[in-house]
Design a protein around this ligand. Sequence first.
Ligand SMILES: [Zn+2]
Length: 148
Amino acid sequence: MNLTPHFTLEEMTFSEVAARLGLDNTPGLTVAANLKLVAAFMEKIRTLLWDKSIVVRSGYRSVEVNQAVGGVATSAHCHGLACDFVCPAFGAPAEVALAILKSDIGYDQLILEYGWVHIGLAREGLSFRRESLTKRSPWAGYELGIRA
Ligand SMILES: [Zn+2]
């Protein structure tokens, strides 16, 4: 099911870990509505990245799935308000993150992770922080800013 022209509900809810472990990753109504916001937001990112194809690595993660992948308990992924992605046709994750950083796109959190970019939206009613961080490995802490 298409949420927006370039993003589907399936890719926003797919989880390899959920499939492997047989965990439920079906979004409820609130999460589904949030995923629509994320998809609309990702369209803006896609436009910024010269309309190149974006590959979604992870969108919604149920609490069980989030625990299984070792995500932080407060993860925006659990609310359907985050997207991990790459855009190889535009550039490496660091180049993607820097392009978003330099844009006027109103994200809550932008994280250059080890191999992909995480972007999070603010929960309804909260203003976005436009916080940018870098995480170099699963074991590393978060550094302030986008550090290529
Ligand atoms: Zn993420």
